[in-house]
Design a protein around this ligand. Structure first.
Ligand code: F6R
Ligand code: ZN
Length: 156
């Protein structure tokens, strides 16, 4: 959201925001891709560190996340304009139905947000749509903790 904060932070240190560890399986229907996503704590301006986010190229494929550590949110939306933001806490299982783009956001102050994920081998990843349009909702730090706001830079 905050381009100025982004550029000044990047000029100082190109720090690692998140990591993904995957057990690679053949990218075909019937297989499951699985692994761990680790989003580090931090913010750019008021906006918490997050993954890039994507739709699955085969839009009709679902995904399941299981939160192992840390606190955060899964920001989700469909190409039709529906939005949903679900909290992530250790022990929570989050099912992302077919057609829902998704991004995870770490709101812990010091801890990584660690999630296990599994999705169909033929799903593929469409990053371009989010790169061009962004997500409709953002998670930012408010006076009393995380707040979900409309993305002022969303391009419809
Ligand atoms: C796979 C999936 C996760 C993410 C990971 C990183 O379909 O949803 O494994 O890939 O959390 O996020 P992105 O891929 O958006 O950079
Ligand atoms: Zn996914």
């Amino acid at each position: 959201m905050d381009q100025e904060a982004y550029l000044s932070m990047l000029a100082e240190d190109d720090s690692l925001v998140y990591e993904v560890y995957e057990i690679k399986r053949p990218e075909v229907a019937g297989e499951l891709m699985l692994g761990l996503s680790v989003v580090h704590p931090g913010r750019i301006g008021r906006e918490y560190f997050m993954t890039k986010g994507h739709y699955h190229t085969v839009l009709d494929t679902a995904e399941v996340y299981y939160c192992l550590r840390g606190e955060g949110y899964m920001v989700m939306q469909t190409p039709d304009g529906d939005t949903s933001v679900e909290s992530l806490r250790p022990g929570k299982v989050l099912y992302i139905p077919p057609r829902w783009g998704h991004r995870s956001v770490c709101t812990s102050r010091q801890e990584d947000l660690v999630t296990f994920f599994a999705y169909p081998g033929n799903a593929g990843h469409d990053y371009g749509t989010i790169e061009q349009l962004g997500f409709r909702k953002l998670v930012v730090e408010g006076e009393n903790g995380p707040e979900i706001i409309d993305n002022p830079r969303y391009r419809s």
